[in-house]
Design a protein around this ligand. Structure first.
Ligand SMILES: C[S@@+](CC[C@H](N)C(=O)[O-])C[C@H]1O[C@@H](n2cnc3c(N)ncnc32)[C@H](O)[C@@H]1O
Length: 212
């Protein structure tokens, strides 16, 4: 297999390990709080890409309870965890889909959100997905991507890993990190407006853009 295509997220052990430490990831609460500021008041439909156990979607829906949502993931263990969280809630539809492939028809959305998921796709697919997201947004809709981006140097990368309890030997081989500026540039080229990095701590960044 092409090393770049490694993705361990279908492994239930990998998922279990992540979910056990998800609350402990340094500064993530700050990034999530920043993301919440960018979801418009008038939001009615939300799409969460790489939803995992639905953590981010639950935070957004706590602030926007009068919404319906679609939660997408491809990992059986994550889909089960999302089902456990949202199962009784008829306003959340959980969709099994591999984001390596073009998004299926899901309708239009006022907010497309994602946290720490899209960096598991190869760069070409990240860019294509950003274009698909633009096409799914209603006028005025937002894309909010709390993401793991690359550092400008190996030293900064290793410092980041150390601060989140990893080393180059133990970091997730599923990661396909890309610099922030390239991704902001793609969003602008696609036609998003108000594109910016709204929050950042080392390799964790909130990228946002709006469909004008
Ligand atoms: C680090 S977890 C983040 C989960 C959740 N968004 C959160 O913030 O806790 C990465 C998520 O991306 C999902 N993912 C990775 N590659 C994917 C792919 N090709 N298609 C769909 N989901 C994918 C994983 O299954 C996992 O749920």
């Amino acid at each position: 297999m092409n090393e770049n295509a490694v993705n361990l997220w279908t492994s239930s052990e990998h998922v279990k390990d992540y979910l056990q430490r998800a609350d402990l990831i340094a500064h993530r609460g700050e990034g999530e709080a920043a993301l919440l500021e960018f979801v418009p008041e008038e939001t009615r439909r939300i799409l969460d890409l790489g939803t995992g156990d639905g953590r981010l979607l639950a935070l957004v829906r706590a602030q926007h309870p009068d919404t319906e949502a679609v939660a997408v993931d491809f990992s059986p263990a994550m889909l089960a965890a999302a089902q456990k969280r949202f199962g009784a809630d008829g306003s959340v539809r959980i969709v099994e889909h591999n984001l390596d492939e073009p998004l299926p028809a899901l309708g239009k959305f006022d907010a497309v959100i994602s946290s720490f998921a899209i960096h598991h796709l190869v760069h070409e697919r990240k860019q294509a997905l950003y274009g698909e997201i633009f096409g799914l947004l209603n006028t005025g809709g937002v894309f909010c991507n709390l993401e793991h981006v690359s550092s400008p140097s190996q030293q900064l990368h290793e410092e980041f890993l150390q601060r989140i309890g990893f080393t180059v030997e133990t970091e997730d081989p599923s990661n396909k990190l890309l610099d922030l500026e390239t991704q902001l540039g793609w969003l602008r080229q696609i036609g998003f407006i108000d594109v910016d990095c709204q929050w950042k701590w080392r390799e964790l960044a909130l990228l946002t853009g709006r469909r004008g």
